[in-house]
Design a protein around this ligand. Structure first.
Ligand SMILES: C[S@@+](CC[C@H](N)C(=O)[O-])C[C@H]1O[C@@H](n2cnc3c(N)ncnc32)[C@H](O)[C@@H]1O
Length: 367
């Protein structure tokens, strides 16, 4: 059986953990709260009486740390608020958190237990909780069982890197610039195709698991422009630049470097819309574009901080491929920091930076 990459985030609460390096993703979740509130109101106004008694909510790709419960907590608060305003009895709520099996579920389990008991006020809904380990590219829930699905900053992670690139031994990032430029379109097309297959599958599986007129609020990393001359067209480029530098200094075997393909792709926003339209199970209710650096104090972001954010997200995949030691990862960090410093934070974070988060509110079409 082929080795399967697991793109989970760094566990624990140490300096390079996802728990301590997810401030950017947190800003996206804040933007999604409005969409979640609207989705909850929408669910209550749908003329389905079963909604009043039970509501099942799932967050897919929850990870660990302070972001794991943000979306489901926003949904519970929105349900509570709606019921108080409408003088309705709150429904019983089941909350399920999903991520890949290698995720650090220890802290997630403790936070879920706290969430369950945090609203002892009688007007708050009764909350039942659970963890669902597994890939969201597989069936996770029973047919027609979910009312609200949330997912933040996760579905740009693919089920796998494109087979074509692995089989044809095409590196995702060539150290040689002219080779890299000549293969750029091939790499891009292979990733775009893999994203199309994965996102279509994701929509199809969720459509089976959701009730008719159920709601889905998701965000993903996208490109706002397809400028061919721009270096940072994918978030994995700084990772590959640092690893390529290490390969050129013989710290990594060249063949090993060339066979490293990350399962990550940021589509253009119109690619996302087209796939939703082609798959056909969901209507797009609303879309928001979120520039995380527009709401953060850019002056406080330095190369070390960015290198830590990157390490928190990519270390598990790097270790799985290179079998890296702590020294290797520290050198990776140092190299990445040097490149970020030489590019300049202003350039990396400028409004020209064509990566942003797309937040979508979707409605499950009637069966
Ligand atoms: C950048 S983190 C986002 C975590 C959190 N939702 C947030 O907004 O901070 C992406 C998460 O997606 C998860 N993920 C990636 N592929 C997945 C898959 N196929 N099934 C379930 N989770 C997946 C990763 O393990 C990781 O925890």
């Amino acid at each position: 059986m082929a080795f399967k990459q697991s793109p989970h985030m760094n566990p624990g609460e140490g300096e390079a953990s996802y728990a301590r390096n997810s401030a950017v993703q947190k800003t996206v979740q804040e933007s999604m709260k409005t969409l979640i509130e609207e989705a909850v109101t929408g669910l209550f106004t749908t003329r389905n009486s079963y909604l009043v008694k039970n509501m099942v909510i799932a967050d897919l790709g929850c990870s660990s740390g302070p972001n794991a419960l943000t979306l489901v907590s926003a949904a519970i608060d929105a349900i509570h608020h709606h019921c108080v305003q409408q003088a309705k009895l709150p429904p019983k709520i089941s909350v399920f958190l999903n991520d890949l099996p290698n995720t650090d579920f220890n802290t997630v389990a403790k936070s879920l237990a706290t969430l369950k008991h945090s609203h002892e006020d009688f007007s708050y809904p009764i909350v039942i909780t659970g963890i669902i380990p597994g890939s969201f590219y597989e069936r996770l829930f029973a047919c027609g069982s979910l009312h609200l699905v949330c997912s933040s900053n996760s579905i740009q992670w693919l089920s796998k890197a494109p087979d074509y690139l692995k089989e044809s031994k095409t590196p995702m990032y060539d150290s040689d610039e002219s080779l890299r430029l000549s293969r750029r379109q091939t790499v891009r097309d292979a990733y775009a195709q893999q994203f199309r297959e994965d996102f279509t599958l994701f929509l199809n599986l969720r459509a089976q698991e959701m009730v008719s007129r159920g709601r889905m609020v998701v965000s993903l990393y996208v490109r706002c422009s397809d400028k061919p001359d721009f270096e940072f067209t994918q978030p994995w480029i700084p990772v590959m630049v640092a690893l390529s530098d290490m390969a050129l200094r013989d710290m990594i075997n060249k063949e090993k470097f060339d066979s490293f393909h990350l399962p990550l792709y940021c589509p253009l926003d119109h690619e996302v819309n087209k796939i939703i339209e082609d798959e056909g199970s969901f209507e797009i209710n609303r879309t928001l574009m979120h520039d995380p650096y527009g709401v953060m104090d850019k002056a406080l972001i330095n190369p070390r901080m960015m290198a830590l954010w990157t390490r928190a997200a990519f270390e598990p995949l790097i270790v799985q491929h290179f079998g890296s030691s702590k020294e290797f990862m520290d050198e990776f960090m140092r190299t990445l920091e040097l490149h970020l410093t030489s590019w300049g934070m202003e350039a990396v974070l400028s409004s020209e930076y064509p990566l942003a988060f797309m937040c979508l509110s979707l409605i499950r079409a009637t069966y």
